[in-house]
Design a protein around this ligand. Structure first.
Ligand code: SF4
Length: 613
């Protein structure tokens, strides 16, 4: 057990490392045979705001023979102290070194956290390369949205969990129990062969990857009978009840409130959005369950702010009734509600107005593109008049501050589309003046388009830095003059994100070399070192542009084709063509099934598909 008394005074925010928070679960180590470290490769404050970890924490700790403890990436000051003092990375609950656990499970939500995974394993004094770990080391597993293209992390992870974890985890635990029962000394290889037979589990070491002479990915094939040629994403058709007794942090974290996932998935079909594909279909949690869960959350955690989370919250059927019912029922507790991810319409504005909030927060919408043409092409399905009506409704109801998200470098984007952002903002500003008699406060958050696997834009090249910079300069020059605040990420970060997200297995070497030369916390501007990464690509004989800025022919094999998310390549290709032709595809909740592929696998979709006749 690690003793912290002599080191905590040397680091910022020691509460990141003390554990002991309200609702944390500390089981008897010696009496619990299966020990799992749930690991988040970023700071405590970010990890404690993640929605998936409380689900896994509750699910695993509900099993009498399992204990699950948490670990987050130590900040650089803590890492320096730990390395100096030879302290191995430890869990928050029991303060046991990670190497004493049976399983270390990483949540991979964004590519720029990859080097932190390596750093955490190294800090735990565990070899980072799976091939260098022996049977005495913990099994290292990973899940989360990045696992949908697992190849760049293939050299470090023993196996990946693809899709929803709720059903597959108990199956995994059964395999693990059997393996342990067979007695200490059963080689890890046996476990890997066994879990490879579970749907949704991908064991990268059981596959062989081939490349063409020109370096392009050619194929990935199983090398043993237990490994399947394709891994189907696990999908729970009915969401189990949400966790209502999550750990309550002692220090301020990014999302300092309770959260209830009211629905999973989104079928609006924005063509750049990976979440819109990899979490399909939409599965709603019944209102009564949400109302009860909010009550339990308040009682168990003392929260007076609860966020009703979904990829598109205003699409939840009866969201207005749900808000009214929660406001009424928890009026005495002074409950405040927040609704992230609202669609652009007057209904959303009315909904925000109905929220019982002690403070009136600003309104946030994501038009993503400035022109109607480009919004049609990316399937954002928001005509300009609807956008302007929404802004008018917001000004009418007293908001004078709007935050708007736009993306630069979208496929088919021209300078006219970029200028469209300026024209749109001019119209919104004028409306604010008309309605309120003064200029509204507009804040613009720009992001760079990153082509993602399993989306209709997975074949598209990311724009080069010079093109992106000139578009950004145009915007910032004009908008600054108009007093509009604009934020914009470093295009080099977006380039790296695109390379890692569409990468193949050779990128493991790049990630390893980048980490060896000091890369960690790459998502943090002050730590991002592009030179490290360039050097790592060079040493591996690769370039980020090969992965990020190369348009891929539609018939080129893709490194993630063995991961079957359920949405077919034929549907993605059709959507890509419709993007080029500027044709929208309606939400399947509104106008019937679009046959994205899931109708072949799921009864809920098949029924909808049949109805269409
Ligand atoms: S199969 Fe049909 S109903 Fe199901 S998610 Fe796809 S488009 Fe929607």
């Amino acid at each position: 057990m690690t003793h912290l008394d002599n080191i905590l005074h040397q680091v910022t925010k020691p509460a990141r490392y003390t554990g002991g928070e309200w609702n944390s679960v500390v089981k008897d180590w010696d009496k619990t045979p299966i020990r799992i470290a749930l690991s988040f490769p970023d700071l405590y404050e970010i990890g404690m705001s993640n929605m998936a970890l409380p689900i896994l924490y509750e699910l695993l700790n509900s099993q009498p023979d399992v204990l699950a403890e948490r670990v987050y990436a130590p900040w650089v000051d803590m890492e320096a102290v730990m390395r100096r003092e030879g302290i191995p990375l430890f869990s928050l609950e029991s303060k046991r070194p990670l190497k004493d656990f049976d399983i270390i499970g990483f949540s991979l939500g964004y590519e720029l956290a990859y080097t932190n995974v390596l750093n955490m394993l190294d800090l735990a004094q565990i070899p980072v390369l799976a091939s260098e770990r022996n049977d005495s080391h913990p099994v290292v597993i990973a899940g989360g949205s990045c696992a949908l293209n697992p190849e760049p992390m293939a050299d470090f992870i023993d196996f990946f969990v693809i899709g929803d974890g709720e059903e597959v985890l108990p199956e995994l635990l059964d395999s693990f129990r059997d393996w342990k029962r067979e007695g200490k000394g059963a080689p890890k290889k046996e476990l890997l062969h066994q879990v490879a037979t579970i749907p949704g589990i991908y064991v990268p070491s059981l596959y062989q990857v081939k490349y063409q002479a020109d370096g392009i990915f050619k194929s990935i094939t199983p090398t043993v009978a237990q490994a399947k040629p394709t891994i189907q994403r696990r999908i729970v058709t009915k969401l189990p009840p949400p966790p209502t007794k999550p750990v309550v942090p002692y220090i301020e974290v990014v999302h300092d409130r309770g959260t209830i996932e009211i629905q999973r998935g989104c079928s609006r079909g924005c063509r750049f959005c990976q979440a819109g594909t990899i979490y399909r279909p939409v599965r709603e949690r019944p209102q009564s369950e949400v109302v009860q869960a909010v009550g339990e959350l308040i009682a168990n955690c003392g929260y007076n702010e609860v966020s009703l989370v979904s990829l598109s919250t205003s699409d939840y059927p009866g969201i207005d009734e749900l808000v009214a019912s929660l406001s009424h029922r928890y009026h005495d507790q002074n409950l405040s509600l927040s609704l992230p991810s609202l669609r652009i319409d007057s209904f959303s504005v009315r909904l925000m107005e109905a929220l019982p909030s002690r403070r009136k927060t600003g309104l946030t919408f994501a038009p993503e593109a400035g022109s109607e043409r480009l919004r049609r092409s990316i399937n954002k399905n928001t005509p300009e008049d609807k956008l302007l009506k929404t802004a008018t409704a917001a000004f009418d109801r007293g908001w004078l501050s709007l935050k708007l998200y736009f993306m630069l470098g979208l496929p088919t984007e021209t300078t006219d589309d970029v200028e469209g952002i300026i024209q749109l903002l001019d119209k919104v500003s004028s409306l604010g003046r008309e309605v309120k008699g003064r200029r509204p406060q507009l804040r613009i958050s720009l992001s760079t388009f990153v082509p993602k696997p399993h989306t209709p834009f997975q074949w598209v090249a990311q724009e080069k830095e010079e093109q992106l910079n000139s578009k950004h300069e145009l915007l910032s020059r004009v908008l600054r003059r108009k007093g509009i605040r604009l934020s914009w990420p470093d295009p080099k970060v977006s380039l790296l994100e695109a390379a890692l997200s569409r990468g193949d297995r050779r990128l493991s070497k790049v990630i390893y070399r980048a980490w060896k030369s000091g890369a960690t916390f790459d998502a943090w501007g002050e730590h991002f070192n592009y030179e490290n990464w360039l050097g790592a690509f060079e040493e591996a004989g690769l370039t980020p542009g090969f992965y990020a800025q190369r348009e891929r022919p539609l018939d080129e094999p893709l490194p993630w084709t063995h991961i079957d998310v359920g949405v077919t390549a034929a549907f993605l290709k059709q959507e890509y063509q419709r993007a080029i032709d500027g044709i929208e595809t309606p939400d399947c909740r509104d106008e019937g099934c679009n046959a994205c592929g899931l109708e072949q696998r799921l009864t809920i979709c098949r029924e909808k598909h049949k109805k269409l006749g």
